[in-house]
Design a protein around this ligand. Structure first.
Ligand code: HEC
Ligand code: HEC
Ligand code: HEC
Length: 432
């Protein structure tokens, strides 16, 4: 799991923040959590089968296993590293092994980790663990997940310390970051909104942690200052998670609630398919959500406010040559599947006309799709999806730049061109 790559704080800036008085914040701040007493949770409550089943479902919504499972390893036994610019941060063992997992944790410890981003000894946790979203999870839901994790077979797997450079290696340095970007607090339902909207908001902004990818980060790696879910680049990994508003100027303009439900449940919709990191999210998490929860998410996303119009496309280099060259590459390599008119084939090949994956602001997604090919997630609803062949070997940087610029400007699409230099860079980005 490396989607967090590049998302925390670029080094020099952290140092600047620390130098500017951040050290004063190293002491635990006032207003830290009132943690429920461990004794208040009777052991027998944790064995309630209904609670455990709910916890299993919620852990899937939270996609906890995606990070807390090593490649080919036992689920939840930890070991997968979340890469950051200053080193790898391994996700620890969440099985109930007493020595190396959370076997000795009380619910209070667990709640504090999820809600306040602190480890068992009170140490500050790195936000590669998305507690910035999980803080909105209710105590009841946290209890259910805790009960579920305790039913797993204990796996003995010692923790690996993060391999970080100074000063990131000092957890205390996170206090400065948290002072700016972390707001602890539960989700409070908005009284004027429907129960479905509120459920959707709770899932999207809390357990589903959608905003961790779908919002731009500033230079210090925080998401504050950007409207929620307004789209953002996942740096270093080089994928773009689009704006999720379906209204005017939004990245999913024209998507119906059913299109959103389809995408999250099956990995495909009439408007586009899930690929890259989103394919993993669908395969590991959203395909298992109940119909009610998926509809709640769709209803919340559907009600996001309209966005301003995206900036007008400015051609970056000779548009006519590019269109001619790109049109040729398209006719030769793409039109058989996606159609001359870019309409695709319903249920088989996605349309490229009016597709947000093609016209997103950066052009990264279409470029990487052409280079790497596309593997739709395998889901229960669509166990044998069609895939797209990679063109990295066949097409040069200038051909890829031409065809991507072409599909971004053909038919009704109007998005800026992509330069050959960018294509060359995306060729060398690691897969996720
Ligand atoms: C995007 C990756 C990611 C996801 C998703 C994720 N975690 Fe983690 N988690 C981490 C990382 C990385 C750490 C280690 C942070 C550190 O060392 O400061 C961590 C730490 C923890 C800890 C502290 C454990 C310890 O030994 O200190 C707990 C508890 C935890 N996660 C529970 C969860 C639960 C429950 C979920 C799902 C609701 C979840 N995590 C989802 C990456 C993730
Ligand atoms: C053999 C058929 C085939 C060919 C040839 C093909 N594609 Fe695709 N394309 C697909 C399939 C299938 C998908 C969906 C893959 C997935 O779900 O990951 C796709 C997905 C895409 C996407 C992402 C669309 C979305 O909704 O997310 C883009 C962009 C794209 N193709 C562009 C191209 C371009 C440009 C070419 C020519 C260089 C091309 N494709 C050639 C079958 C093809
Ligand atoms: C690990 C990062 C990550 C997380 C977490 C994530 N997404 Fe995405 N999402 C992406 C990326 C990257 C894309 C662009 C690729 C694509 O279109 O499939 C995307 C695309 C989408 C799309 C549009 C698909 C299309 O064809 O244009 C929807 C809808 C979506 N995500 C919804 C969600 C929701 C709802 C959640 C939370 C439950 C979520 N995402 C969580 C990374 C993420």
């Amino acid at each position: 799991m490396t989607w967090w790559t590049g998302r925390i704080l670029p080094g020099a800036l952290v140092l600047a923040v620390l130098a500017l008085g951040g050290w004063l914040l190293l002491a635990p701040r006032g207003g830290e959590p009132a943690v429920p007493s461990a004794a208040s949770i009777a052991a027998e409550n944790l064995r309630d089968p209904g609670l455990i089943a709910r916890g299993c479902y919620l852990a899937t919504v939270g996609d906890c296993a995606a990070c807390h499972t090593a490649q080919g390893g036992r689920p939840y036994a930890g070991g997968r590293s979340v890469a950051t610019p200053f080193g790898d941060i391994p996700a620890p063992n969440l099985t109930p092994d007493r020595a190396t997992g959370i076997g000795q944790w009380s619910f209070a410890d667990f709640w504090r980790a999820l809600h306040a981003g602190r480890g068992r000894k009170g140490e500050l946790l790195y936000p590669a663990f998305p507690y910035t979203s999980y803080t909105r999870v209710t105590r009841d839901d946290a209890l259910a997940m805790f009960a579920y994790l305790r039913t797993l077979a204990p796996v003995h797997r010692p923790a690996v310390e993060p391999a970080l450079d100074f000063p990131y290696s000092m957890r205390g340095s996170l206090a400065a970051w948290r002072a700016i970007y972390f707001k602890q607090g539960a989700y409070r339902p908005e009284p004027g909104k429907s129960p479905a909207w509120n459920r959707g908001a709770y899932l999207v902004r809390g357990l589903g942690h959608c905003n961790e990818c779908h919002a731009a980060r500033d230079a210090l790696g925080g998401v504050s200052g950007h409207p929620a879910l307004s789209g953002g680049r996942i740096p270093e990994l080089d994928w773009y998670a689009p704006d999720l508003s379906t209204r005017a100027g939004g990245g999913l303009q024209g998507w119906s609630e059913q299109d959103i439900v389809d995408l999250l449940q099956t990995g495909r919709s009439a408007k586009g398919v899930a690929f890259g990191p989103m394919a993993d999210v669908v395969a590991d998490s959203t395909q298992y959500l109940s119909g009610d929860d998926l509809r709640a998410i769709a209803s919340y996303l559907h009600a996001l406010p309209p966005r301003g119009q995206p900036p007008q496309a400015t051609p970056q280099f000779d548009a006519t040559t590019l269109a001619r060259q790109g049109g040729k590459v398209y006719a030769q390599h793409c039109a058989d599947c996606h159609g001359k008119d870019g309409a695709g084939v319903a249920g088989v090949y996605p349309p490229l006309d009016g597709n947000s994956a093609v016209t997103e602001p950066t052009g990264i997604n279409a470029t990487r799709m052409v280079l790497l090919g596309g593997f739709a997630p395998l889901t229960r609803a669509d166990p044998r999806p069609y895939s797209m062949p990679p063109f990295a070997q066949q097409l040069s940087d200038s051909e890829v730049s031409a065809v991507v610029s072409y599909i971004r400007h053909a038919w009704t699409n109007r998005a800026p061109a992509v330069r050959p230099g960018d294509v060359s860079r995306y060729r060398h980005t690691p897969l996720d």
